[in-house]
Design a protein. Sequence first.
Length: 461
Amino acid sequence: KKRTKTLPQLSYSRLAYEPTFDKNSVYEKIGDVKTALIQHQLTNYTYDVPCDDKDGHYIINPGSFFANDRFQIDSLLGQGTFGKVVKAYDRYNNCVVAIKIIRAIPKYRDASKIELRVLSMLKKHDPENINQCIHLRECFDFRNHICIVTDILKISLYDFLDNCQFLPFPGSHIQAIARQLLRSVAFMHDLNLIHTDLKPENILLKDDSYTKKPYKKFDTNDTTVFQRKILNDPKIYTIDYGSAIFDDEYHSTVVSTRHYRAPEIILGIGWSFPCDLWSIGCILVELITGDALFKTHENTQHLAMMEQVIGQSIDLKLVKKCLNQYYQQQQPANSRRRLSNSNSNSNSSDCIANSFSKATGKLLFPTNKTPITLINEVEDLCNLDTLIGKKTGFKFDLKLSLKDSLIKFKVPKKQIDDYEFWYWFIDLVRNLLVYDPEKRLSAKEALEHRWFGHGIFDDGT
């Protein structure tokens, strides 16, 4: 721990980002990574039986041997559209590893080659893994499955929240996690890489051990005292580069998991590095609230939620860009056929441009066709200042200076340090959750934010 003035601060919160690679080498593209082909051999531990299910997933049997007895599978860690991740014992190197076993389907095999390029790039430019991105140990091709071997880590931030009844992380740990995450992303961006799928599920803990401390919620009249789990070490690693891309290569229309998706992606006006910073803003709020900020599966409602939380309408500049693209893509006037594309609303074949007034550029939400459940979900949200205030026991209005806020809300002298900490936290998040990607903080700029100069005395310090 370090101390800022008289306040404790975890060492992770002061980590510097110092790129150690030659920036010219970043543009030396890494080609396809060759995966060693391991021919299947019958051994004392294996039998010549089908190894895949009907969807091309490798069938996992805990305790079984894999890759000609090289590994012994311990358990299934996770499963997705790409394949499965298992915990396994490497019998050659006498260590436990994680193996991502890609589905034996051409499109997923092809996609894994991009991920291998990304992982190889990360390792090439940070061999000591200072920047805490998951490291590639090796890769091979076994029984038509590309296998990616990495270090074994513990559970994700999401799983830790889940195991903790979705009680918030202490502020000191949120700051430590934010610093590490921003540093990892700054490193990726310097390598011309965009992660595109940052979320609590893709941030893993190095150590998930904890101690329990009493905790009382600020935002309820419930006097229950909970036993909150406090990490012994909040060190993290970013994982899952299956959706990562090089900025100068093909960008698909829609990326990112819905709850963490930036407005420019929804609007279909193009995206780049800033989309990762929007995701980080959403993640930081989730760590203090215990709940995803934008819980929706519908584009127009998603934008309405953003306006409710941020307290401002979507920038007219962005709306005009969205509308202009829509008009350019329209069929000739005499056909009158409406555009339908991959960025459409889930309940309509119209593109997102039809969710805005052509006259004013304002978001058309709600309309007389909007289900009441969607309206209520938006109206139940409060703005960011109020949301964080409820979780910390303070009142905020970031239209006011810190000095004026302390006066207006009559913050007791003994609470001023805590108030300052959360005031600057909200300021950072507000500068990450900016509609216009050109005005959003970059990862390096966020690392310079004054919040990281403030410590706090809490359960994590």
